[in-house]
Design a protein around this ligand. Structure first.
Ligand SMILES: [Zn+2]
Length: 563
């Protein structure tokens, strides 16, 4: 029996790692020989090699060359091209002068705009946007050439299936890196803005990773249903959109969101050391990232062009992709039902034998795992050099090490708290209680962000019920492996994304997915000898502390920007 349970645990963990890697690793690049109406990263790379050959910040000669190339490319794709000329504002100019060391009193900016009229001019157009300027000294193979060449390849593929009733507008903005200048100029003064109904912006944060839908216009229910239906290799979540909205970040989509457009923002996140880096040359970019951005962008644009009417404002939806395979979407109130079902399943799995002491001990254990774990992670992060005085980009470059730190620490916490003894069904219910509480608070105040608690709790409850009622049924074993792997795999992928997004500042955040992963693993965990558990916990803790010191003491990363 013991062997069998360890077997179930190990196969669940193995499957969880497979699920997680499906979510974390972008899809394979597509060669130039695939069907002409599909997105090919190989075709897009041809443009990328030319555009990202050298740094091309606003106002530079290289930027002028890139603009000329982009005008030529849009023209060759059959679009009507014009330049939207504006001026850098005072703050943006100050930033540019600081970079260049010059003292310019004015600087013109040029958006490159391409128009592909639809057959029905009464229909509002779809606008695809990316910025053509880079930060100082960075060739910008990712930020934002990956967005620019995605759009060029999307337009080419769309023309294969055209003509379309709805028009398409391409906007390559200038001056994004000095303060969203080109986008502000377009959305405040270009008459074309009134022809636009939907906007998709493409951005980059790092040289690799998946491309994720991370921001939408308000009241995204209908807009996200279009995305969920159309996009075949999705990476999206209403947790990301929630987290992004509370962070003080901006992209070219910010000025668009002040208008009344249906809007989507897609950016890759990964290879964080290459964000704004002088080293992000063509060879450093992960081509799979480009494929992922482009294929999602093409699916979404095609769906919007084909839509009879563009999606209007409907109440916000809860949504997330299941390991890059499909997007699940539902109304947020379902979270309450999931929490209710979770409670019901956990309750029924007790079979009427309620042991308060065991429930309490389980609850205390989870609280310690969560509270003390989060606190210690905070301390380890300080030890690793986070906080005032830290170089932002050096911290980004340390994300892989910090992830290792978090993994070892969470393992240490697990063995220290849950290590010595398997939890009874009552104790496991107790361990779920703090997460229930968190789920209820989350569901009340941030319902679209709380699916990652309510849904796993329901699955954990369901699993607990099956294991108690039909312990030896083959269906139970199969379901247990799939449910455990599903929840644990999602938590690994989520932890990775959270680390990339906010990890260097807020390492403690990783305790949240770890707690849910621990909860789903507990029913399969048999316990080890006390001595062994504490030995494992201590060793893992020491390794995590050593990594923290390593991050603190290692030389500053060679990839950091020089400005
Ligand atoms: Zn950018």
């Amino acid at each position: 029996m013991v062997l069998r349970k360890w077997g179930l645990l190990l196969s669940s963990i193995l499957l969880a790692l497979i699920f997680a890697s499906m979510a974390i690793i972008p899809p394979a690049p597509q060669s130039g020989t695939i069907a002409a109406d599909r997105f090919s990263s190989a075709r897009a790379m041809t443009d990328l090699r030319i555009i990202a050959a050298k740094p091309h910040p606003t106002g530079s000669d290289e930027n002028a060359k890139v603009r000329e190339y982009l005008s030529m490319r849009l023209d060759s794709l059959g679009l009507k091209v014009n330049l939207g000329e504006g001026e850098l504002g005072e703050r943006a100019l100050k930033r540019l002068n600081k970079w260049s060391g010059e003292n310019k009193s004015e600087q013109a900016i040029f958006n490159v705009i391409g128009i592909l009229p639809g057959t029905d001019v009464s229909k509002p157009a779809v606008l695809l946007m990316a910025h053509h300027d880079t930060v100082w000294d960075s060739p910008g193979a990712a930020d934002d050439t990956v967005g620019i060449v995605s759009i060029l390849e999307i337009v080419r593929a769309l023309k294969e299936s055209g003509p379309h009733e709805r028009g398409l507008i391409v906007l390559f903005t200038d001056g994004e890196e000095v303060g969203l200048s080109g986008a502000r100029h377009f959305f405040s003064s270009n008459p074309l803005r009134d022809k636009v109904g939907a906007v998709i912006n493409f951005e980059a944060r790092g040289g690799g990773g998946t491309a994720n839908l991370f921001q939408t216009s308000k009241q995204n229910g209908a807009a996200m249903r279009v995305f969920a239906k159309a996009v075949k290799q999705p990476s999206a979540s209403s947790l990301s959109t929630f987290v992004y909205n509370v962070l003080p970040n901006d992209t070219d989509l910010t000025p668009a969101l002040e208008g009344d457009y249906t809007a989507y923002n897609i950016a890759n996140i990964g290879g964080a050391e290459y964000y704004h880096s002088p080293k992000i040359e063509v060879e450093a970019l992960d081509e799979r990232t480009l494929q992922h951005m482009g294929s999602q962008g093409l699916d979404l644009t095609r769906a919007l062009l084909a839509a009879d009417t563009l999606p209007d404002k409907k109440p916000d939806a809860t949504f997330f992709d299941v390991f890059g395979l499909a997007t699940i979407i539902y109304a947020p109130f379902w979270g309450w039902i999931f929490l209710g079902l979770a409670g019901l399943c956990y309750g029924l799995s007790l079979k009427g034998e309620i042991r308060t002491k065991e429930i309490l001990s389980g609850a205390v254990k989870m609280l310690i795992f969560f509270g003390l774990g989060g606190g210690l992670l905070y301390g380890l992060n300080v030890m690793s050099g986070s906080g005032a005085g830290a170089n932002y980009y050096d911290r980004l470059a340390a994300i892989r090490k910090l992830e290792g730190l978090a993994v070892f620490f969470c393992a240490a916490a697990f063995f220290a708290v849950f290590g010595p003894k398997a939890l009874t069904v009552n104790a496991r219910l107790g361990a779920a209680l703090p997460l229930f509480l968190l789920g209820i608070v989350g569901q009340a105040f941030a319902p679209t962000a709380t699916y990652f608690i309510s849904l796993p709790l329901m699955l954990c409850g369901f699993k607990s019920l099956m294991m108690q009622r039909w312990p030896s049924h083959i269906g139970t074993k199969l379901a247990v492996v799939i449910l455990t792997a599903g929840v644990a795999g999602y938590m690994i992928a989520l932890g990775h994304l959270l680390m990339l997004g906010i990890g260097p500042d807020l390492l403690s955040v990783s305790i949240l997915p770890a707690a849910l992963a621990a909860l789903v693993i507990l029913p399969l965990y048999e316990g080890v000898k006390k001595k062994t558990a504490y030995f494992l916990a201590m060793t893992a803790l020491l390794v995590s502390a050593a990594i923290a010191l390593w991050v603190r003491l290692d030389p500053i990363a060679a990839t950091i920007p020089l400005y």
